[in-house]
Design a protein around this ligand. Structure first.
Ligand code: F6P
Length: 319
């Protein structure tokens, strides 16, 4: 392996920079030249390939976003896209690519693999919906951002004795909502994977009010329900002052937590080792604290299931 490329694709995630740094430094340590591909698969088609020296990744371990920029490339998904990308990689002398992103990015990775490029995926998405890994890069930071927001909302919610419905990201999954809901002490957590009973939620809110609770927090995953409609329903059913807050893209930014930096550094360094050994069509994951290697194809054919114990515990602890 003479040259390794690295790209970030899909939604950015805090810790992507720490992963880029690890790819660059680990490659150079082993005498392999690291090359950066800017703007994900779009940049690969546009031939935006740059050499990355040791200094190019200095002072980025603590920064959110991605120095390589990112994109969701519609062009790469056309039949014409991948062959152009492969030609650009071959011209640049790149034999293998580390792809940081989520399932859409990994589908792109497989297209490159089908045309003879060695690929290793590293899960980076705040959604944490990628199978075969306990965590993906950016999730821990996003959950902590949500917790910070919940802490602040609690202050104003208490002052005004209100119900707050807080919508968090997660695309079609509820991992951020689950962890932030439990850690944030939410009364109810709504996620797309588990049906909810509105009567039960309203009854719980009324019980809380009767007991003198000063506020209530509902954490709702974006894919579960329209939060404004939910807000109206809750307002009508409880006759309590209710507000809706959508946290949005704030969850994608900010300095990565120590956990995300560790995860990013360990997984990305392992991806370099896999490419150096000649491995391809793999994804690096972390299970019970151990770095593991999985087949990329199998990842894309399975669906991660949320931990229902967390949901149940959150509900018990918020009686
Ligand atoms: O996949 C990450 C994510 O932040 C999802 O949680 C969210 O649904 C989506 O990306 C938002 O995408 P965009 O950046 O295109 O608004």
């Amino acid at each position: 392996m003479r040259r390794i490329g690295v790209l970030t694709s899909g939604g950015d995630a805090p810790g992507m920079n720490a992963a880029i740094r690890a790819v660059v430094r680990k490659s150079i340590y082993h005498g392999v030249e690291p090359m950066g591909i800017r703007r994900g698969f779009s940049g690969l088609i546009a031939n935006e390939i740059i050499p990355l020296g040791l200094g190019s990744v200095a002072d980025i371990i603590h920064r959110g976003g991605t120095i390589l920029r990112t994109a969701r490339s519609a062009e790469f998904m056309t039949p014409e896209g991948p062959p152009i990308a492969v030609e650009n990689l071959q011209t640049a002398g790149i034999d293998g690519v580390v792809i940081l992103g989520g399932d859409g990015s990994f589908r792109g990775a497989l297209k490159l693999a089908e045309l003879g490029i060695k690929v290793v995926g590293v899960p980076a998405s705040i959604d944490n919906d990628i199978p075969c890994t306990d965590y993906s890069i950016g999730f821990d930071t996003a959950v902590n951002t949500v917790i910070d927001a919940i802490n602040k909302i609690r202050d104003t919610a208490t002052s005004h004795e209100r119900i707050f419905i807080i919508e968090v990201m997660g695309h079609r999954s509820g991992y951020i909502a689950l962890d932030a809901g439990l850690a944030g002490g939410a009364e109810s957590i709504l996620i797309p994977e588990v049906p909810y009973d509105l009567e039960e939620i309203a009854a719980k809110l009324r019980r809380g009010q009767a007991r003198g609770k000063l506020h209530s927090i509902l954490v709702v995953a974006e894919g579960a329900v329209n939060v404004f409609e939910l807000g109206n329903q809750i307002r009508e059913m409880t006759e309590m002052d209710t507000r809706v807050t959508i946290l949005g893209h704030i969850q994608r930014g900010g300095p990565p937590t120590a956990m995300d930096r560790l995860l990013a550094s360990r997984m990305a360094a392992h991806a370099v080792d896999l490419l150096r050994q000649g491995d391809t069509r793999k994804m690096v994951g972390m299970k019970a604290g151990q770095i593991e290697t999985w087949d990329l194809d199998s990842i894309l054919h399975s669906r991660k299931q949320p931990n229902r114990d967390i949901m149940e515990l959150a509900s018990i602890l918020a009686i």
